[in-house]
Design a binder for this molecule. Structure first.
Ligand code: C5P
Length: 221
């Protein structure tokens, strides 16, 4: 039996990966499936929360009893996060947000021209949503959680990122070929600003989600 320890709470979860368009048919994207974010949404709903799931380009069924808001780009995700977070008790940024987007959008499909080299793709920075909502909390005591995929020096890079982003908890996992993306399983360490370090052994994404909510509930009290 699941404890309804998130009853009366509103939680916001972002999931999936943003897509940054180059022209009407092409985009810069990433391999995030959205499965971890959906597991977070499902488990929060099971624990009694009202859940807003901001879904960036996912192909997963809407979890029952969850308010799903589809988004495309990082800029659209930022708008949706700011709106949903206004009355939220916790925000979990599980989505893979593109750090950069193409500087220009071609209204027509970009064509290859015989005898010409392709134009380079110029990128500009996207807003850092996690850093922004952490620095400027929509309500006092709101708990903000980030995710960080690292390929090396996972813990040291994670600590540094936790400080830089200003969130309360950072879920750090090691990524590489065949790991994490699209998989049903995950393995991570959750770092807290209080110095805590909660290891989550390799297992279903639901198990990591439950640990994240346990740590959020502790901080909501
Ligand atoms: O800096 P990095 O992309 O590794 O940080 C990952 C965390 O920051 C994730 O929680 C992601 O959702 C969030 N993020 C964001 N806005 C960005 C880039 C990342 O909110 N532009």
């Amino acid at each position: 039996v699941t404890e309804p320890d998130l009853k009366g709470r509103h939680v916001v979860v972002s999931a999936g990966g943003t897509r940054e368009p180059l022209d009407p048919v092409r985009f810069l994207g990433n391999r995030s499936s959205g499965k971890q974010g959906y597991a977070l949404a499902r488990t929060a709903a099971a624990r009694g929360a009202r859940v807003t799931l901001l879904a960036a380009n996912t192909a997963l069924p809407d979890p029952a009893g969850v308010d799903v808001v589809p988004v495309g780009t990082a800029v659209q995700l930022r708008e949706a996060v700011l709106k949903a977070a206004a009355d939220a008790d916790a925000v979990v940024m599980a989505a893979a947000v593109a750090d950069f987007r193409p500087a220009a959008y071609a209204e027509g499909k970009i064509k290859k021209k015989d005898g010409h080299d392709p134009d380079p793709i110029v990128l500009v920075r996207n807003p850092d949503i996690l850093a922004e909502i952490s620095a400027d909390r929509a309500r006092p005591g709101q708990v903000v959680v980030g995710f960080a995929a690292e390929t090396d020096d996972v813990l040291a890079n994670g600590r540094e990122k936790l400080r830089r982003k200003g969130c309360d908890l950072l879920v750090v996992n090691e990524v590489g070929e065949r790991r994490t993306f699209g998989s049903e399983e995950n393995e991570a360490v959750v770092l807290g600003t209080d110095g805590s370090e909660t290891p989550v052994p390799h297992g279903p994404k639901e198990a990591l989600a439950e640990t994240v909510w346990d740590l959020v509930v502790q901080r909501l009290k």
